[in-house]
Design a protein around this ligand. Sequence first.
Ligand code: FE2
Ligand code: FE2
Length: 393
Amino acid sequence: MDTLLVNGLSIAQTSTRLRNLVAVERARLKILAGWFLRLGDFERKYKLAYHLYDAAEHVTWMRARLKEMRSGNPDASIRPELKALLEEVLHAPDDTAFLQGFYGVLTRQLVQTIEDDLTQVDPVGNANEHRLLRRILLDLQAQVAWYDSLPLGGDSAWAEHVSAWVTHIGGIHGQDATGDKPAAFAAPRFERPATIVFDDKITIGSLASYEDRLQMSPEQATVEQFRVFFNEFYAAALLASILFDASDGDYPWEFFADFSRHFWDEARHSEFGTVRLRELGVEPDRVNPILYEESQGLPVLHRVAYLTRGLEAYFMPRKPKRMKEYETNGDDRSQLFADQDWSDEINHVRYGSRWTDHLLEEDYRDVQDVIEEVKQHLTRMRGTPVTDINAPF
Ligand SMILES: [Fe+2]
Ligand SMILES: [Fe+2]
């Protein structure tokens, strides 16, 4: 720990600490994106999505403060030991171990660090950081409280391994590594899944097509419609893959901020499906991950274009109609969810235009060329010509 002023922390000290916290939250964002795809329990996936968006907001807030500070470059590098710990936490061997290492060790350590920081900042002299850290702490305490409520049993060898790493680097703000680096953990390293992993509560199957739903009674059509909402896991997964892969690339922070929000929206749209299906007496039990799976050979730019300029543009015209139908049927609950979904979707199209334009700034291609390349990719995947971007549901 660095030498403290008598009361409070200097600009140099607080900016270093904020940079450490930004690094932890950015790493947690990437890890949550990866494990959103890999963790089997779909309701826990939703929690990960909420926590990912928390992490993104924390980074946005802290970067904004860092930019105001003398010597506050938010992109200055952090010490390699902290980087190494953050890279390690991704590689948990299974779901339970992931939760134990990620929440039980790393996130708990982050809470502890911020609590310590709050005892050291002066509420007036460091009012900016005091205010910021208190808000972040509330979110993180809620995350750890959720983890503590899970029936997971005792700590695993993996949790001990992550703890040993934290000790080795002397904590998040530690300045000197102590002892030897923990031995490598004997398990395969994490690889981003090429499909969305679910446990046995969910089977892979098909959903009623849009045309078929139009022929159904309002009751039946509503159930099938909310199965399609539930299936927005595919869109959340596509965005998780974008966030995960882009984390190792050269993208501005605002890219992550927008697509973290977009990702969280799609996870919430799936959650709309869960909530409404249960209200209608149906347990969600089926997904069709084909649109995620087919996107997997595509570069980040193409996945962004495919989702925002292809699929979301394809689904958009249905949304106002659906709102009207629910209203006509007096189905307030369904209308609530359809209303939110439609509103979110308008932002998604905006993110799409913003980022395809940005990523193509120094490119000879335009977005139509990229969409053509996506269609060629889909044609190769399906072995049959794809002339339009569309969906089977
Ligand atoms: Fe959506
Ligand atoms: Fe969307």
